[in-house]
Design a binder for this molecule. Structure first.
Ligand SMILES: C[S@@+](CC[C@H](N)C(=O)[O-])C[C@H]1O[C@@H](n2cnc3c(N)ncnc32)[C@H](O)[C@@H]1O
Length: 221
């Protein structure tokens, strides 16, 4: 992703309220359903990366459950808004500890979000981010995921389904099958489950999303 893309996303997050975006959800129910499935598969929410978090309410819901959350986004405007919302909530609401939220500005198609140390995440969650990346940027994203997801951890990746929309936020998306996502992540990942779910935009359009969950297994031998 280029500087133009950073500008694109900062412009989106500066100009729009969350509820004006096509990906808006008042509550991230599908993400929580998939995270609970990962827990059933032996996973945990100890340390969750929300890749391309935007201003999603997923961080709030996970913090309420005691998780440590790393919200990563190419847009500093999104990270600032999300961090401020969580900080303000934490002032009046003891069900959430804002110090367990870490906002990171990073282009996941280009850079490592934590070059100094692996994040050792138990879950890597991505709703509609990898699908914006093309070519080498997808490989760099996968390398970052592999570096920061602990062995035994789960990658939950949602993007437009293979027969879903071709554009999102005015950008062309790269749709992929579950097998293609598994191949991108590499041989230490096992496909746990895949499902197509319909997302309804605030203006009632239907978008087919593919949800994929993969578990990171120890390397053979
Ligand atoms: C369609 S929105 C989804 C936001 C959030 N995951 C949700 O479900 O509400 C895509 C998000 O990915 C971010 N993004 C796009 N490209 C990115 C990249 N290369 N690295 C990190 N974040 C990126 C955008 O700034 C935006 O917040």
């Amino acid at each position: 992703m280029t500087t133009d893309a950073r500008e694109h996303w900062n412009a989106v997050w500066t100009a729009k309220d969350f509820a004006e975006t096509s990906w808006y959800q008042a509550d991230p129910t599908p993400s929580l359903v998939w995270i609970d499935r990962a827990i059933t598969d032996g996973g945990s929410i100890d340390r969750v990366v929300d890749a391309g978090c935007g201003v999603s309410f997923l961080a709030d819901r996970l913090l309420e459950r005691g998780a440590e959350v790393f919200g990563i986004d190419v847009s500093a405007a999104a990270i600032d808004r999300l961090t401020e919302r969580i900080r303000t909530r934490g002032e009046n609401d003891t069900t959430l500890d804002p110090s367990r939220f870490h906002g990171v500005v990073c282009d996941l198609g280009r850079d490592d979000p934590a070059p100094d140390r692996p994040l050792d995440a138990t879950i890597w969650h991505d709703r509609a981010v990898l699908h914006f990346l093309h070519g080498d940027a997808r490989e760099r994203y996968a390398a970052g995921l592999r570096r920061h997801l602990a062995t035994g951890g789960h990658a939950i990746i949602a993007g437009f389904a293979p027969d879903g929309p071709q554009m999102c936020s005015g950008l062309e998306v790269a749709r992929a099958t579950a097998d293609e996502i598994a191949a991108l992540l590499g041989p230490t990942f096992t496909l746990v489950d895949v499902e197509i779910r319909t997302h309804r935009t605030p203006w009632d359009a239907e978008q087919a999303f593919q949800w994929t969950c993969l578990r990171r297994t120890p390397p053979a031998g």
